[in-house]
Design a protein around this ligand. Structure first.
Ligand code: GLA
Length: 407
């Protein structure tokens, strides 16, 4: 028995958010906006190192119905909970808003910080992006709010890619400073700048993008997403620790970001790091740990380039080994996988997947597997059976296709 998480049709999602707004606020919203979650094909934990990544936007979206008000009051409701939450926009600052409203209020706050005249609003939220699955439900919420406020307060940013790059930075600031998660920006970039039918090659050094055609159906392939439903309660602390280790390594190697270390220079860089005797007791990581982290980041950036070259040459059925190598590197060198992710990936491969890897930050969340269209069900069934056999919580599944950005 396998459970599939289907995306809503956009008109259905919009109707749900509008109906929720009307029912609970007893008024009509000015409109409904939405933004997608994402999967990352390859390029994990590279964004905050000035590297490359290759995500695409899912058909699963978060919908927001919004009406501006003539004050600084934000009132929020969600289909997932009872009651109305309230935030005073003029008092928002790091640490003042808890829980999911911090993503919404954070975007309004960050827009104001950037000099935009944003006021309060009423907002109703509903979503089919699985929550806590490593598929960026938080970025979907931020980006839906960003395009809503952009239109309601006449900012004109969502109309151009340059403006969307500005909105991306706004959403990242909201997440880093108001929601308190020091994430890198890949999720917001693809939610705002992705393109249907394409993966987004994102260069995090200068925020430039390349839209890479990503057609699986034409090759009789599908991308199976396996949500392991593993709790990842330590994810925040571990994520911050990895980021700090990368910064520490960059400082020791005297580079601005690890992007500056090329595959050719990797041997020398690792030898240099290995010679360092990590100062103990001052919270810095041992040299051996830094060697692993740097090796992951540098080889992972090279794997993104390899993956993109294969796509450009219409050889998508050959990307499996790069996916497998990415997973091994994340598991062994970056050490962000977990038992559930490894089981999902190994089982999918044994059941015929061409390649498989964890996607997103790790420590739980989702894995992806590239499979022949005819094998989607049997691979999912094999993974579900393996989880049952290991007495793990039942995973859920979806088939991911690249869809459009926030609108
Ligand atoms: C999370 C973060 C991203 C990125 C990935 C790992 O999804 O939000 O910024 O760092 O982890 O690639």
């Amino acid at each position: 028995m396998t459970t599939w998480i289907d995306a809503w049709q956009p008109a259905d999602g919009a109707d749900r958010a509008r109906a929720l707004f009307t029912e609970r606020f007893d008024a009509e919203p000015n409109g409904v906006w939405s933004a997608p979650g994402r999967v990352n094909l390859i390029g994990e934990h590279t964004d905050y190192n000035g590297g490359l990544c290759l995500p695409f936007a899912l058909p699963h979206r978060t919908y927001v119905a919004v009406r501006p008000v003539d004050s600084d009051r934000i009132r929020l409701i969600s289909a997932q909970e009872e009651g109305i939450r309230e935030v005073d926009l003029s008092t928002v600052a790091p640490g003042t808003v808890q829980g999911w409203p911090s993503y919404v209020a954070g975007v309004a706050w960050a827009l104001r910080q950037a000099g935009h005249a944003v006021r309060g609003f009423d907002i109703a939220v509903d979503s089919c992006v699985p929550y806590g699955s490593g598929l960026s439900s938080s970025a979907a919420l931020e980006c839906a709010v960003a395009v809503a406020l952009d239109e309601l307060f006449d900012l004109g940013l969502a109309a151009t890619d340059q403006g969307r790059t500005t909105l991306t930075a706004v959403c990242v600031r909201a997440e880093n400073e108001i929601a308190g998660a020091n994430t890198g920006g890949m999720d917001q970039a693809v939610s705002l700048r992705g393109r249907a039918g394409h993966a987004l090659e994102l260069d995090c050094l200068d925020d430039s993008v390349r839209h890479v055609p990503f057609d699986l159906t034409g090759h009789d392939l599908a991308l199976l997403v396996i949500d392991t439903r593993a709790e990842h309660s330590h994810a925040g602390g571990e994520y911050a620790a990895r980021r700090a280790e990368c910064e520490q390594a960059a400082t020791l190697l005297q580079v601005r970001t690890l992007r500056e270390i090329t595959p050719d220079g990797l041997g020398d860089a690792l030898a240099g790091l290995a010679r360092l005797t990590g100062p103990e007791g001052d919270g810095s990581a041992a040299a051996e740990v830094l060697v692993r982290r740097v090796r992951h980041v540098v080889t992972e950036i090279a794997r993104v380039q390899e993956f993109v070259e294969l796509l450009a040459a219409d050889r998508v059925d050959e990307v499996g080994p790069a996916m497998d190598a990415s997973h091994a590197s994340l598991r062994d060198d970056y050490q962000v996988s977990c038992r559930e992710l490894d089981l999902a990936v190994d089982t999918a491969r044994d059941a015929g997947a061409l390649g498989a890897r964890m996607t997103g930050g790790g420590f739980g969340g989702s894995a992806i597997a590239l499979v022949r269209t005819g094998d989607v069900e049997s691979v999912a069934e094999a993974v579900a059976a393996a989880f049952a056999g290991a007495e793990l919580r039942a995973p859920t599944f979806l088939v991911a296709t690249p869809e459009g950005p926030a609108a």
